[in-house]
Design a protein around this ligand. Structure first.
Ligand SMILES: [Zn+2]
Length: 378
């Protein structure tokens, strides 16, 4: 039998509305209403609590002798298709530390009877992440990772904690002012989750080799550095393409944040995006030069509630890429969050330009004006 010990997911309420109708779920978008005056479905759903399905079938047939085994299995199938049931996996769950059980319950929403929600947490717990930057993005990303429990995190940064960081980099304390961010972050992560291995390196990333030096054993990179703007991301992109590592990039603007993910040789890379802009937007290069010519160096614009929305989206995207619990939102596109009105949208997609991209394809840097400017050759 396909089902063993299916149960109505405990995250959903199962309740009667009246004599004829019952519901599973209460959240808008995941509530189903069943018109069931004979109460056959109700009696079935009530019994799907993790016991052996054969036992459930026998009990339901005692109540309704007119139902065949197939009829009852069809009912189970319907609940499965609607996403309301899961397998119980009692033993498997015992291995998951209590601190991750609420995560597992969240993943329950996204799996049916064929997948194991504990596997999703297990995938996170087997992952080694390289986190670049411990500023407004990286420090909050590290806090979120502490809750999710990857196997290991390697952190890179070169800065010290300053008073001006405390409004949004809530990993740091007043007493940390003047200390290296890597040292403070290492201690903080150990205090938050002692099961995660952590390695910290005080280093400024200026070349792809700076990133590649830490690529061994890494499953995913999170790029939370954006200084100098675009140039930093381009350096990281070159490294992750060479190392063939997926990377989630995040960047904050005045009142919006952006997330995009590069999976080398699958999605377009950052330079494929530069090419796409060069080809389709006549003002792209002009804007790049205009910015460079004024040496645009704005004061730090950072509002913690906005940064939290952005870093939450970055980490969720990382978990999507690692586990596939749900479709990643930023593969080959830029997922943008507007802090002003709470909306989000995705930009036009960009694909890998294998023929012309100098970084992930067979293209030549000297063929493209934009890369001459990036590399200060023009
Ligand atoms: Zn490319």
């Amino acid at each position: 039998m396909k089902y063993k010990q299916p149960r109505v997911k405990p995250i959903y309420p199962l309740y009667r509305l009246n004599e004829n109708e019952f519901r599973i779920g209460a959240q808008l978008g995941i509530t189903a209403e069943f018109n069931d005056p004979e109460k056959q479905m109700w009696e079935l759903a009530k019994r799907l609590d993790g016991r052996n399905l054969r036992e459930v079938i026998n009990e339901v047939r005692e109540l309704f002798p007119e139902l065949t085994v197939e009829d009852i299995l069809e009912g189970v199938q319907l609940l499965d298709e609607e996403g309301f049931i899961e397998e119980t996996f009692k033993d498997n769950g015992k291995k998951v530390p209590e601190r991750y059980k609420p995560n597992v319950n969240y993943f329950s929403r996204f799996i049916g009877t064929e997948k194991n929600r504990y596997d999703i947490q297990q995938k996170i717990s087997n992952t080694t992440i390289l986190l670049l930057g411990l500023g407004g993005g990286g420090s909050n990303i590290l806090t979120l990772l502490a809750g999710l429990g990857p196997k290991k995190v390697i952190i890179l940064d070169y800065d010290i904690v300053e008073e001006g960081n405390l409004g949004r980099q809530l990993l740091y304390r007043e007493k940390d002012i003047g200390k290296l961010k890597t040292e403070v972050a290492l201690r903080a992560l150990k205090e938050m989750n002692s099961t995660i291995e952590i390695e910290a390196h005080n280093l400024k990333i200026t070349t792809p080799d700076d990133v590649l030096a830490f690529a061994e054993g890494i499953d995913l990179v999170i790029c939370a550095i954006d200084e100098p703007p675009f140039i930093a991301q381009r350096i990281v992109n070159q490294a992750i393409v060479r190392a063939n590592l997926p990377c989630v990039f995040g960047a904050s603007q005045v009142s919006r944040g952006r997330v995009y993910t590069v999976i080398p040789k699958v999605t377009g890379c950052f330079d494929c995006l530069n090419l796409q802009y060069s080809i389709n937007d006549p003002q792209f290069v002009e804007q790049f030069i205009g910015f460079r010519n004024i040496n645009f160096s704005p004061p730090t614009v950072a509002y913690a509630p906005g940064i939290y929305q952005l870093t939450a989206a970055i980490v969720d995207e990382a978990v999507r890429v690692i586990t596939g619990y749900a479709q990643p939102r930023s593969l080959g596109t830029q997922y943008e969050i507007n802090f002003e009105d709470g909306s989000s949208f995705t930009h036009p997609t960009w694909s890998r330009n294998e023929k012309q991209c100098p970084t992930c394809g067979k293209g030549n840097i000297s063929d493209w004006e934009i890369f001459q400017y990036y590399e200060n050759k023009k």
